[in-house]
Design a protein around this ligand. Sequence first.
Ligand code: UTP
Length: 292
Amino acid sequence: MTKKVRKAVFPVGGLGTRFLPATKAMPKEMLPVVDKPLIQYAVEEARAAGIEQFIFVTGRGKGALEDHFDHSYELEDTLRAKNKAEFLDGIHSWLPTMGEVVYTRQMQPNGLGHAVQCARHIVGDEPFAVLLADDLILSKTAVLKQMVDAHAEVGGNVIAVMEVPHEHTKRYGVLTPGKQSGKTIEVKGLVEKPDPSVAPSNYAVIGRYILDASVFAELDHVGKGAGGEIQLTDGLARMIGKVPFHGFSFEGTRFDCGDKIGFLHANMAFALDRADIRKEFADVLRQVAGTL
Ligand code: UTP
């Protein structure tokens, strides 16, 4: 029987250069889509998947993240005093409870593989999830929940994949697919950011992973890869043939919120998905479209 996935790692130590100057003093994971920071969507997704411990690997701007996931007594008192109690639920109903959140620091932004490695001693020897909050996914069932269910069947590594236009393969980790069964695809090979001329398929890895703890030992042997960074993909590639390894073709629409266009698209899609603002916002979009 596979062990339950209880812990999730949120690497939030990237530089976010594509979003400067917004990310000068805060991590890009604090950027809001409609009215909620990206990181809160990711934490809520993890909670919906049954995750019990939330491990943040932070870098700069740690203060804003820690404050977001803590009580804000002054704000709460002020809202009460001003009879704005309806907003209180919106700021603390989703707060983690005592001991659920752990922070550690990635002291150098040496890449995603390095960020995951920083959580090694907090995760220990059990399967765990990794969520990249800048990959935001609109779906009926939380994507990590879909993956946890698949993991209970197949064990090992389960990584989210989606088909992308062939010319975009150089933006992603790309897999060599093996046997496909329903939504799971056997992983026969993995390569980070391949040029379209050599990409083994159009299956791109998206920022949701369930990983076997042996990834930590593999990452010990990984040197600098694409972009001069320690790449998680290179650690994962070393696990092929050693643990069951599957891509998971999730249900949902993914937005790359680390990129300006993807972020703007996400804001539109999530606003149109919200019953409270959908109609008014659709009118605005029609007006704007009329001016194009
Ligand atoms: P990106 O490749 O988007 O890099 O990281 P970035 O630095 O955040 O952004 P740009 O490219 O400079 O605009 C993918 C994910 O990995 C995390 C990021 O926070 C993001 O969630 N990451 C990346 C780290 O935690 N540490 C790193 O050293 C690099």
